[in-house]
Design a protein around this ligand. Structure first.
Ligand code: GRF
Length: 200
């Protein structure tokens, strides 16, 4: 299976996926391309260091969201990508993109969806006062943080948590959940029935 990674920053989830592939934990899978909308994304630099194919695309060079996404889709197709992993990609993707890779785009979000979609999910969780937080790997559809849920991992929220400490606790679980979800897809072990994803 050929994966395309889209990222905008640090790229720790990308690294977790790559490391699981390198360790042989995800069968018959390779990262075919890493694409970023930020030239200075640490994840993009790391991908280049690893000798992976990298692409930087500045949205300002394109006339609108769909034109930008058409270029991304072109790069993904050129690289033969079968599964797109959004890994801290800080852009809303267009219906065109979703349609081109229907049920083949996944994302990780730092909350137990459907709670706290959107930005600053960990801060939202702290401010709400929930006792448990976590992360969700889900398929991507036209609505933000909305698609069918593949996996979730839960962490406690502690009395003296700050946004940083809670984010770090969640991130540790993200690095387990994302490679695990990619492995389930690589092994053909997900069966989608409407909103529900069964692990078989
Ligand atoms: C993660 O918290 C992820 O859940 C969210 O963006 C962050 C990306 O972090 N979508 P990284 O770039 O993978 O380190």
């Amino acid at each position: 299976m050929k994966i395309g990674i889209l990222l905008s920053g640090r790229g720790s989830n990308f690294k977790a996926i790559k490391s699981a592939i390198d360790k042989g934990e995800i069968p018959d899978t390779e990262i075919a391309v890493v694409i970023s909308n930020k030239a200075d994304a640490a994840g993009l630099a790391y991908a280049a260091e690893c000798g992976l194919k990298t692409v930087y695309l500045n949205h300002k060079d394109f006339d609108g969201r769909e034109a930008y996404d058409r270029e991304i889709v072109k790069h993904l197709n050129d690289a033969g990508v079968q599964l797109v992993c959004l890994a801290g990609f800080m852009r809303i993707i267009s219906p065109y993109f979703v349609e081109q890779f229907r049920n083949r785009i996944i994302n990780i979000h730092p909350s137990l969806l459907p709670a706290f979609p959107g930005l600053d999910a960990q801060k939202q969780a702290l401010e709400y006062g929930v006792r448990f937080a976590g992360c969700t790997v889900h398929f991507v559809d036209e609505k933000m943080d909305n698609g069918a849920i593949i996996l979730q991992k839960c962490v406690p929220v502690l009395e003296d948590d700050t946004e940083e400490s809670l984010s770090a606790r969640i991130l540790e679980q993200e690095h387990k959940a994302y490679p695990e979800a990619v492995r389930l897809i690589a092994e053909g072990r997900l069966k989608t029935e409407g909103r529900k994803v069964k692990i078989i």
